[in-house]
Each structure stands twice: as structure tokens, then as C-alpha cells.
Design a protein around this ligand. Structure first.
Ligand code: C5P
Length: 248
């Protein structure tokens, strides 16, 4: 992967309604983050044209985070549509499994990095049990590793997982497998509805390539300043990583 600067590694979650507000935030943050994430709230409220509006205003990469979960033919069609919108990243739930490998291959050749959603960072062990997951996998880390392996075998470009799980996933897949980490908070931030949070420093030190940040930037009195503080924390982690002794 080409060298990414600290700011390039920040994916800003545009969890707002309507094209105007999304384009305003993209314009405001265009020099402070590297990727704009369009999720369900924005896509459903504003429609597909919001993708080009955000790209025009923000001039950065686009992460279409619609977390597809359906039969392979439908996912293949949805990924084709994501490619037509020139999305750089798109998300698919890992549970779809290896039957999605043809769709993943086609998306990759169209330039879309397909990322597998492992276990949402808002879920607790009790939520996993309540949803019917085998108690053997009630620890999110075990389930994340299982699903990351599945994602790799399916041919996905990487996975989305929490900052703590990033370490174990990176140990298993040292190269060539993207790790995207949401649930990011600086120590002074509110946790909101996230259950497995980490700081930018922790996530990057643990092997994440990109971090997803929404409310800590969006709700800050000065969003640009908040993004810069996060970039500094990323920079510190990258520096410490480059000073770590290499294994013999
Ligand atoms: O920073 P904040 O908590 O506001 O970020 C929330 C964003 O992270 C949302 O867009 C949500 O979809 C996304 N996300 C997440 N957990 C995942 C994947 C994405 O919270 N596993």
C-alpha cells in the first residue's frame, strides 16, 4: 500500500441527513481527513447522487458503508452499483461467507475495496448471545478472528473491527489485508453508543490502516481542530511503530 499520511488514515463518518449538510462538512474537512464515509442515514435520506456531491466538495476517497447482507446475486449487483458510483470502499457483512467470492473478485477488478464487517463495535458479549451466536463465540475477539479468516478466504480486501481486535487480526494477517477501525475516541471524548472503543493511537499501534471517526469530529465546537488532534495522535502512533525493533 502506498504510504498514507496521518490525515489520509482518517475516515470521517458523514452521519447526517441530506446532500447540503454532507457537502458542507466535506468542504469543511477536505484538508483534514482522507476519506468520507457515506452510511445508511445519509444514503437513504439523500440518494445515490450524494456520492458525487461529496466527492466534488471534499475531493477525497469515498467509503460507501451500506453493510450489505443478502444473497450473492443481490450483493454482486449492489457492488456493481457501488463501482458505478466510483466508491473506493464498500462494506459487506462477513456472514455472507465464501459464496460471495465471485462478487468480491468482480468488485476488486472494478476498483472497489470490499471490506467485511466482522462484529459491530456497539455489540457486547450479551448482545452476541441474545442474537443466537454459539456461546463459544460470545467473546467478540474470537468471532472477529473467525470472520476475518472467512473474509480473507472470500477474497475481501480487508475487514472492519475494533481497535483491540485489530492487534490479533494484524498478527494473523501481517500484510496485504486492510484493517478499518471504528469506535474511536480520544480520552476526553464521550463513548456514546460504542462499547469497544479505542484511541487513535491504540488503533493504529495495533495495526489498523484507517480509523473511522464520526461524532468526535462532527459534534466538536471546531471540527477541523478535532480532526487535527486525531491526526496528531495517529502521527505519534506511526512514529512509535517505525521505531519499534523489527523482528529478526
Ligand atoms: O465515531 P462515531 O461513533 O460517531 O462513528 C460511528 C460510525 O462508525 C457510524 O457511521 C457507524 O456506521 C460506524 N461503524 C461502527 N461500527 C462498525 C462499523 C462502522 O460504529 N463495526
Amino acid at each position: 500500500m502506498a504510504e498514507l499520511t496521518p490525515k489520509d488514515r482518517i475516515i470521517f463518518a458523514l452521519d447526517v441527513q441530506g446532500t447540503d449538510e454532507a457537502a458542507r462538512l466535506a468542504g469543511l474537512l477536505k484538508d483534514s481527513v482522507g476519506v468520507f464515509k457515506i452510511g445508511l442515514e445519509l444514503f437513504v435520506s439523500a440518494g445515490p447522487q450524494v456520492v458525487s456531491a461529496v466527492r466534488d466538495a471534499g475531493g477525497a476517497k469515498i467509503f460507501l458503508d451500506l453493510k450489505f447482507h443478502d444473497i450473492p446475486a443481490t450483493i454482486a449487483g449492489a457492488l456493481r452499483s457501488a463501482a458505478a458510483l466510483k466508491a473506493d470502499f464498500a462494506t459487506v457483512h462477513c456472514e455472507g461467507g465464501r459464496s460471495l467470492s465471485e462478487a468480491a473478485k468482480e468488485a476488486a477488478s472494478a476498483g472497489v475495496n470490499v471490506l467485511g464487517v466482522t462484529v459491530l463495535t456497539s455489540l457486547t458479549p450479551q448482545d452476541l448471545i441474545d442474537s443466537g451466536i454459539d456461546p463459544e463465540y460470545k467473546n467478540p475477539l474470537d468471532l472477529v478472528l473467525h470472520r476475518a479468516l472467512l473474509a480473507r478466504m472470500t477474497g475481501f480486501a480487508g475487514v472492519v473491527c475494533s481497535g483491540f481486535e485489530a492487534k490479533a487480526v494484524r498478527e494473523k494477517f501481517p500484510d496485504d489485508f486492510l484493517i478499518i477501525t471504528p469506535g474511536i475516541r480520544l480520552e476526553s471524548d464521550s463513548q456514546d453508543d460504542q462499547a469497544r472503543v479505542s484511541t487513535p493511537y491504540e488503533a493504529i499501534s495495533n495495526g489498523a490502516d484507517y480509523i473511522v471517526v464520526g461524532r468526535p469530529i462532527r459534534n466538536a465546537p471546531d471540527p477541523v481542530k478535532a480532526a487535527q488532534a486525531i491526526a496528531s495522535d495517529v502521527e505519534r502512533a506511526l512514529k512509535d511503530l517505525s521505531n519499534r525493533p523489527k523482528p529478526l
